[in-house]
Write a new protein. Sequence first.
Length: 78
Amino acid sequence: MPREAMEKARAATLKADVFLVLGSSLVVYPAAGFVALAKKNGATLIIINREPTEYDAIADLAIHGDLGDVLATVRLKE
C-alpha cells in the first residue's frame, strides 16, 4: 500500500466511531492492523466474514456468513 494511502487510512481509523470490516480474513498486513488500532481508539468494531478471524474476540459484533447473504438481510430505517 502506498505510504500516502496508509497515512490517510490511519487518520480515518483514528477518527472512526464505527469500524466495519466486510469480507476480509484480516491476515494481510499492514492494513489488517487498522482493526486493532480502531478498537484501541474506542471505535465499535463490526466484522462480517465467511470464516472467523483472529479479531473476532475483540469485535463488538462478529457475523459469520456469506457477505452477500448477510447484507441482503440488512434493512435501513425509513
